[in-house]
Design a protein around this ligand. Sequence first.
Ligand code: HEM
Ligand SMILES: CC(C)=CCC/C(C)=C/CC/C(C)=C/COP(=O)(O)OP(=O)(O)O
Length: 319
Amino acid sequence: MIGTSVSRHHENFVQVVRSYYQLTKPRIIPLLLITTAASMWIAGEGRVNPLLLLVTLAGGTLAAAAAQTINCIYDRDIDYAMERTRHRPLPAGKVQPRDALIFAIALATISFTLLAVFANLLSALLAMSGIVFYVAIYTHLLKRHTAQNIVIGGAAGAIPALVGWAAVTGTVGWAAWVIFAIVFLWTPPHFWALALMIRDDYAKVGVPMLPVVVGNEQTTKQIWLYSLILIPATFTLIYPLNVSGLVYGVIAASLAIVFIKKAWALLQNPDSKELAKSLFLYSIIYMMLLCAGMIVDSLPIVHNLSSAIATSIQTLLNS
Ligand code: HEM
Ligand SMILES: CC(C)=CCC/C(C)=C/CC/C(C)=C/COP(=O)(O)OP(=O)(O)O
């Protein structure tokens, strides 16, 4: 009897923990952290204090988790109506909105304290501004009201790059704004590719995502346009900023070719859900590897080696 009741308690506990974990939309967070880490490595010129890295990534995780939890509370009505989101903890009735709000406030408070005490105030304030921007500007003001929702709202997802830079330097440098711009310009192709796949779901709940409002053809044109601006933006870290070198350049160029190919294929065939899915999945790999490229390139040994190679090539060309 007692054994059964203990194991039932244990099962309930595991389910509650799982529900709160799901509220934070955990699968998106690692990519946000990779952009933060890339920014930290470039800011630290290849050397980052491991403890500061840990604290900043933990603070970033908690802030993003708080933001997503509040988004889940706000959007629980449309989440209930959409196939993809119906099983989230709030629409499924597994967590009460009031408890979710307390959870989000706790996450945000710990995040702010962690960053303010162990990194600095600017990084803590930037993380909090990420939550406010995502909740107030994207979720409340834009998501249900304009087809440009994710263009402007996408700035929230770019803020972790600023948090990382601020944690290392106490300021926000030019390169941080470039990484911000890269994530900002990447977001429309990333999200609209997905929106092309699940357009009907958004239409059903009246969320004016671009494909719902202007159709597939116009959306793929916009994806193409943002892709064309994104690629040159990734190279500004090399010129004029000169914070990344040859290794990053080769990685960024290789990744760009595939991105452009996939965006072009979709432009030629706007109704293909398969091509849209392919671009969506690739957009995630693209951002992951691009940031990994920034990190590897910044490491002193790689940076010095690639500078030496670049100088030799230049000498060879001049002779
Ligand atoms: C306004 C901006 C954005 C919107 C509206 C958006 C929307 C979405 C949606 C709806 C999904 C599908 C998730 C699901 O099936 O539950 C998704 C997946 C994903 N997003 Fe975004 N996203 C945005 C920006 C970002 C940013 C800035 C990042 C990170 C840098 C990111 C990383 C990811 C990742 C890693 C996935 C795949 C998650 C999985 O494995 O299911 N997204 N996004
Ligand atoms: C520094 C800091 C805390 C920044 C916060 C950044 C953040 C949480 C970005 C998330 C972007 C994102 C995945 C939006 C999905 O929105 P959606 O509500 O349209 O997705 P859904 O349709 O799956 O609910």
